[in-house]
Design a binder for this molecule. Structure first.
Ligand code: FAD
Length: 536
């Protein structure tokens, strides 16, 4: 492949062809077949434009990544083989910050940690939202995938606007009110005039987004996290109904996360090889014993209240009234309470009858996320089934699921926020995964007042012979079962892009593909009806 023209645009050092780097970028947390022949590393929008013009002229495929940490969905591996990666991590500037209206304008390479540190350096007047993934993930990349976090800003796509994007032919466009270049309202009004274009650039292959505005929330006067637990699986329906009603009536404003026992266990340590005598999967019977031993529930959850002191106090009472009768335990953790517990944990533990140090260790990472602080905490869970690696001994900055052959496959079904539907989904997942030999690791996020997003992980060890194939096949079965049961995914990984069942609007999408990228050079097969063209 002659890449001289790209070298002239970017400088030879930014056209990467070292075998080991290419291998790294062709490795995901499950088996993939696409190989990356080179990586292009542009420094600015003009270079992105040049790269895409060249790609068109030379009929070369290109796939953009912002940080490439899309673990569980394909990491940085493109859908189609022999596709160049357009790695935007060098474009990592925070271009603007409005301390009155609360927004930042960022480039693709800006990481969660970088934005967090920046906001702190500005006095911490505004909070961002963070996902549970690594602090080194891209804010913009996650937004384009319509990912979510934990605060009132958890729906990232809904809290972004004013995109700068480069189309496949190299043309630069701006969305929203950007045509009116003098209007700073473009950063606070999403829609512009006429059709709303932002959506065309999320979960698509219609352009490379090189800049976006991200909205922030004012640091609240008061904050109080709450944690709850249900002993029995059957408590899920009334729990979901109570959480939905709290959100619909405005008592809570952020996403609330509910996770099952398996998910909790994978978050606090590795697979219990001793307790299971080395056999897999972890059966529901053993799981029940472990959760009673370790003091967590069949369902466990967290959320938070934000705002003026009087509002938070009042909301606390309403949450207590709504959740109290449906859950087995409910605790509130204000900053003051956590600070006190930390200071006096040794003395208080015997009085309250619990190991406060351990409890604090468990809840502090959740509290951080509820305040929009990125954390490495959840990253260790991908080592759940690893026998040869002690995840606790890895330095957090050194965690690398791709390198360490951690197996991870996500499925992310969308479910109406109705208790019976959530229970139906959970039972379907449990039956499918236990039968397939994997633990049903389930979380539900009340992403909006009316919808739950389930996040199901299959975690495995890629070093175990045959496991890659088995995990992919069980994942395919799971996704087919979920789809047949009416729970389609909110997001796809490279392992599922081929699945035509998900492209409900195929004729329209096909037409748009012809308009945006008739030569199919930009991420062919990525969320597209031409997914079947992988072999081409
Ligand atoms: C333990 C763990 C916890 C996780 N928790 C969460 C969570 O809470 N919420 C969540 O949403 N995800 C979560 N993830 C999944 C994933 O790691 C994140 O979504 C992560 O943000 C994606 O990687 P990235 O930010 O580096 O984006 P990238 O990998 O750079 O981008 C993701 C995709 O978006 C597209 N894209 C990226 N940049 C551009 C661009 N500039 N123009 C056009 N298209 C582009 C590409 O298709 C790319 O493949 C988790 C993963 C793990 C392992």
């Amino acid at each position: 492949l002659d890449l001289t023209a790209f070298e002239q645009v970017l400088g030879p050092e930014h056209v990467v062809r070292q075998e080991d780097t290419l291998r790294e970028h062709s490795t995901a947390t499950f088996a993939t077949t696409s190989r990356v022949p080179a990586i292009l590393r542009p420094a600015d929008t003009a270079q992105v434009q040049e790269c895409l013009r060249l790609a068109q002229r030379l009929s070369i495929r290109v796939h953009p990544i912002s940080r490439g940490h899309n673990w569980g969905y394909g990491s940085s591996v493109p859908f189609a083989d022999q596709t160049l990666l357009l790695d935007l991590s060098r474009m990592n500037r925070i271009l603007d910050y409005d301390a009155e209206l609360g927004y930042v304008v960022i480039e693709p390479g800006v990481t969660q940690q970088q934005l967090y540190d920046f906001l702190q350096s500005q006095g911490g007047r505004f909070w961002m939202d963070a996902t549970g993934s690594s602090p080194q993930c891209s804010v913009l990349g996650n937004t384009l995938e319509r990912g979510f976090g934990h605060t009132p800003l958890s729906d990232h796509f809904s809290n972004s606007c004013c995109y700068e994007a480069v189309l496949a032919n190299g043309e630069r466009i701006e969305t929203g009110l950007s045509g009116a270049t003098q209007s700073s309202a473009k950063h606070v009004y999403r829609y512009g005039v006429g059709p709303f274009l932002d959506g065309l650039f999320s979960q698509s292959a219609f352009g490379v987004v090189t800049r976006m505005t991200v909205w922030l929330m004012p640091a609240p006067e008061d904050f109080c996290a709450f944690f709850f637990r249900c002993q029995d699986h059957e408590q899920l329906p009334p729990l979901i109904a109570a959480l939905r009603d709290l959100r619909m009536s405005g008592v809570t404003q952020s996403s609330v996360h509910v996770v099952n026992d398996y998910r909790v266990l994978s978050g606090i340590g590795q697979y219990p090889w001793t307790e299971t005598g080395g056999s897999t999967p972890l059966t529901p019977d053993v799981m029940r014993k472990l959760r009673l031993r370790d003091g967590f529930g069949a369902w466990n959850g967290s959320g938070a209240l934000y705002g003026a002191k009087s509002l938070v106090n009042r909301s606390r009472i309403l949450v207590q009234q709504a959740l109290g009768p449906t859950v087995s335990s409910l605790d509130f953790a204000s900053d003051r309470r956590v600070a006190l517990a930390k200071r006096f944990s040794k003395w208080l533990s015997p009085i309250v009858g619990m190991n406060l140090e351990r409890t604090l260790k468990l809840i502090e990472p959740s509290i951080a996320l509820l305040k929009g602080q990125p954390s490495y905490h959840a990253m260790r869970s991908v080592y759940w089934r690893k026998r040869d690696v002690d995840s606790a001994s890895i330095a957090v900055e050194d965690i690398d699921p791709d390198r360490d052959h951690c197996g991870l496959l996500w499925s992310a079904p969308v479910c109406p926020a109705k208790g019976a539907e959530a229970l139906r989904l959970a039972e379907l997942v449990s039956n499918t995964l236990i039968a397939g030999g994997f633990e049903p690791l389930i979380s539900f996020t009340l992403a909006s007042p009316r919808v739950l997003i389930g996040v199901i992980s299959i975690i495995f060890d890629r070093n175990v012979p045959g496991e890659d194939k088995r995990a992919l096949s069980v994942n395919q079965q799971l996704q087919a079962n979920l789809n047949a049961a009416g729970f389609p995914p909110y997001r796809l990984g490279v392992q599922s892009m081929y699945n035509h069942e998900y492209h409900y609007q195929s004729p329209i999408l096909e037409g748009l593909e012809m308009v945006f990228d008739p030569k199919r050079c930009l991420s062919p097969g990525h969320y597209s009806t031409s997914g079947q063209s992988k072999a081409n």
